[in-house]
Design a binder for this molecule. Sequence first.
Ligand SMILES: [Zn+2]
Length: 219
Amino acid sequence: MIEEKRIPAFIVRISYDIIAEETPNVEALNRVLSLAGLDRYIDHPPPMDNSPAISQHEFEKMIGMVWQVFDDIQAREIFRRTGERGFEDLTRSGALAFTQFLRAFDGLGTKRERAAMALSRLTDELSRAMGYQHVFRREGEDFLLDIHQCPYCAELLHRPNATPIAHFCHVPTAFYEAAINWASGDPHTVQEISCRVTSPDQDYCRFKVFWNVGLKRKV
Ligand SMILES: [Zn+2]
C-alpha cells in the first residue's frame, strides 16, 4: 500500500496562525483542532518548516472544521487570508524550490509569459509538496488551474444541500491571485469556476485566471 502523503508543517502552521490572529482568544482555534482530531497541536504550534506534519485526511478535516466552527463569511475570510499568507511566506522563506526558480523569470519576455511560467512551476511544486495533483494550462488569454481530489472542499462533499454556487475553495483562489499579481505586477482575478461540491461527478476543482480583470486597489 502506498503511504499517504503528509502535508508539510508550514502549511498547517499558516492556517493555525491565521485562525489565532483572527479570533479574540484561543478557544476557536482549539475547537477547530480538537474537532479535526489534531489535539496534539493545542498549545503546540507546528514548526514553520517543511517537515511532514499531518495526513491528507487530517488536512481536509481541518479545513472542513473551519466551515463548521465559523459562519460562511468568517470562514471565507480565514481561507482567503490563509492563501495570501501562504504565498507571501513562499516568496520569503524558500520552503519550496519555487522561490529560486522565480528569480530566473526576472528577464523574461512579456508579463503573461512570466506569469504563465510562474504558475506552471507553482502547480508542479504544490503537487509535489502536498500530494494532490495540481494542473495548469492556458485557455485563450486566460489560464486554468485544476486541483484533483481538492482538499479544500473534501469535507463539504458530505454536507447535504450545499449551496449551488461554485465558490468554496477560497485558499487556492487567494493563493493563486497573490501569485499571479506578484509574478505579473498587475491585478488579475482568480475564480473557482467549477467545484466538486456542486459538480460531484468530477474529481477536480477548476480555477480560472481572468487576465487583466482586477481592481487597482484591493477591497
Ligand atoms: Zn472546490
